[in-house]
Design a protein around this ligand. Structure first.
Ligand code: ADP
Length: 630
């Protein structure tokens, strides 16, 4: 048979250019480049031997059989060297490839060597008889073992592809794929020798794609960046962990200080000391809210923040936000209003504490950064933008927009708005309290809830913050008009209710919304009872250690420690003088069956929020009935 060796000749020309290039202009001494050079030399020798053996097989009659056998054996051995060097080259790019995987690849190579050498004496692969090339019984083994080597390498590179940039793995896989394809075509065509050409071609790709000096520099920079990123991540985690534990540790003594301060405010008659204590209370609460922000942020950043979804009533959330901000708004002389779509559902399932935090942050910023004019809050809902994301019930997008006529934000500051510890326009804002953490936390929480935030602002004219949060709807009761319901509620609260007197009785009210506490105290004015308050579960625990109460009103949903946990901690601490004090839970969950749930927890009763004077006095009367004389 006459072989077509033109591809071998082309391969030799390409390889000579490559060999010269790699030893001159493209010279690098990286281990990869050394291996590619070695591969080029091997393929060069193999291509030359391929041409020689093509002629010795064709003109076998004029060459002694043993000489032909030796030449073909040399060809087989040099092909095998090409495969071995190719494998080492590939594996050298993946430091993650285990020794075991590399060893497995050497087994078929070793078997192949034994077969080729054994063939010299046995003719199991091929032999020559009177100048004729005859296949031995194991002739196909050379192809099978080569395929095993290549497929194993494919598998190993594919498995380790994540260790290296995607483009690198693609090139390496191409490097494996090309010679295999050329070998298969050669088998199909029979008389055209293509394998060395495929090898030369893949060496060319390897050299220009992976072994040029620029590429190597890029790879080095990338791996340095990768290592730096890893280090920064570890440092950031350590920082977040430290901040989280530090703020947690600081909160406990602050709660102690605030608890004791409340006692001073209650028991002291000296106006000067009361003023000092009031200042301690204001500063302490400010400090507590900063610590809470830091704790929240570090929790979010270290991935430890979890959303705790519960069933809630949106009206109560808006009422809380309204109560929290109305005082400051009226001090600033602002027109402060909350409007809503009256037909929107009122009951949702979500992390209400965090929802309230988001709403309140936007509203309180609006009020803080507006000196005159208005802060208008609008709440609506609409069909969910991305229904595919939520398949566990009916979802709606809750949309809240807060529009103020305040100081506005400069165009160039917009992108810094959601960064940590960033306060914009410091010159104008330095008399307004804040840490620059609120919006960062808000943004992160919105992300966690798969919502979005949009800001439009005109410097010195005002801003509009619009937040969209997908929420599961759990009840189709319409919310009604917020403003009208609020007016109604105030009218009921103001209506004449017969107030009983219980002088000497002590009540503790625990609610994280200060305004709710003030309202609560207002409702009990006239009862002549002594009313203490705590703004968190931990502050309540601290206070109950020092004063015996006749009744405790505990809000259920509070950040950090909810009312149920605080209640159990008081109840389970037998040394606490209030461990058997009746506790009434305050809740927004005005739904059927909830009463039983709270009773099972051990609460004596429950009062739904917003609290109405009549209900509150009734509950109080029932609980205190023994001491009031029935
Ligand atoms: P801060 O505790 O400082 O209020 P935030 O993270 O809530 O922190 O807000 C970051 C900064 O964004 C604020 O310091 C303020 O400069 C700016 N900002 C936020 N809300 C408004 C707003 N409604 N109008 C004008 N500027 C605002």
């Amino acid at each position: 048979m006459q072989y077509n060796v033109s591809f071998d000749i082309a391969a030799i020309l390409v390889l000579i250019v490559l060999a010269v290039g790699m030893n001159t202009v493209l010279y690098t001494d990286s281990s990869g480049a050394k291996l590619v050079r070695r591969y080029v030399y091997c393929v060069l020798i193999t291509a030359a031997l391929d041409i020689v053996t093509a002629y010795t097989i064709t003109y076998g009659a004029s060459i002694p059989d043993p000489a032909n056998l030796i030449l073909n054996t040399l060809y087989q051995l040099s092909s095998m060297c090409c495969v071995a060097v190719a494998m080492s080259t590939i594996f050298s790019y993946y430091p993650g490839i285990s020794r075991q995987a590399a060893m497995i690849n050497k087994v078929p190579l070793f078997l192949l060597t034994i077969l080729i050498v054994a063939n010299l004496f046995t003719g199991i692969l091929f032999r020559f008889s009177n100048g004729e090339y005859i296949h031995g019984p194991l002739f196909l083994m050379t192809y099978i073992l080569s395929l095993v080597i290549v497929f194993h390498a494919f598998f190993v590179v594919f498995k380790n592809r994540k260790d290296r940039p995607a483009i690198m793995s693609r090139i390496v896989l191409l490097f494996l794929f090309l010679p295999t394809v050329f070998a298969i075509i050669q088998m199909l065509l029979g008389d055209t020798l293509l394998v060395p050409f495929g090898d030369a071609f893949s060496a060319l790709i390897m050299l220009f794609a992976l072994e040029t000096p620029d590429y190597r520099k890029l790879m080095k920079t990338m791996s340095e960046l990768e290592a730096a990123k890893e280090e920064a991540n570890i440092a950031n985690h350590t920082k977040s962990d430290f901040l989280a534990s530090m703020s947690h540790e600081i909160r406990t003594p602050i709660n102690g200080i605030l608890g004791m301060d409340t006692m001073i405010l209650r028991d002291c008659d000296d106006p000067q000391i009361v003023e000092y204590a009031e200042n301690i209370r204001i500063a302490g609460n400010g400090l507590l809210s900063i610590i809470n922000d830091i704790l929240d942020l570090s929790k979010i950043e270290s991935g430890k923040m979890e959303l705790v979804p519960v069933k809630y009533d949106l009206f109560t959330v808006l009422n809380d936000c309204y109560q929290m901000n109305r005082m400051r708004a009226s001090e600033n002389g602002l027109d402060f209003s909350i409007e809503n779509d009256p037909d929107m559902p009122s009951e949702y399932f979500g992390d209400v504490v965090r929802i309230r935090q988001i709403f309140n942050n936007l509203i309180s910023n609006g009020v803080k950064y507006t000196k005159e004019g208005s802060v208008k809050v609008k709440v609506t809902c609409r069909d969910i933008a991305d229904p595919g994301e939520h398949d566990d019930g009916e979802y709606l997008d809750l949309v809240i927009s807060v529009e103020d006529t305040g100081i506005g934000i400069k165009e160039e500051d917009m992108e810094k708005l959601f960064e940590s510890f960033t306060r914009l326009d410091e010159g104008r804002n330095n008399n307004i309290e804040g840490t620059g953490l609120g919006l960062r936390i808000t943004h992160q929480l919105i992300d966690m809830m798969k919502g979005s935030v949009d800001v439009k602002s005109e410097y010195q004219k005002g801003s509009v913050f619009t937040v969209t949060i997908p929420q599961r709807v759990v009840g189709h009761r319409c919310m009604g008009d917020f403003a009208a319901r609020l007016r109604e509620h105030i009218a009921v609260a103001k209506g004449k209710v017969e107030v009983f007197k219980a002088p000497g009785k002590k009540v503790l009210i625990v609610d994280d919304v200060k305004m709710n506490v003030l309202v609560f105290k207002g409702l009990l004015r006239g009862t002549e009872m002594q009313i203490d308050s705590a703004l968190s579960g931990s502050e309540a625990i601290e206070m109950t250690k020092y004063a015996k109460y006749d009744i405790i009103f505990m809000d259920h949903l509070m950040p950090e420690m909810d009312g149920i946990e605080a209640f159990h901690r008081i109840r389970d601490d037998k040394d606490n003088i209030n461990h058997d004090t009746p506790v009434v839970v305050l809740t927004a969950n005005a739904i059927v069956g909830v009463r039983e749930k709270y009773m099972r927890e051990g609460f004596i009763d429950y009062v739904s929020k917003p609290v109405e004077q009549k209900t509150l006095l009734n509950t109080l009367g029932t609980v205190l009935s023994d001491s009031l004389g029935g």
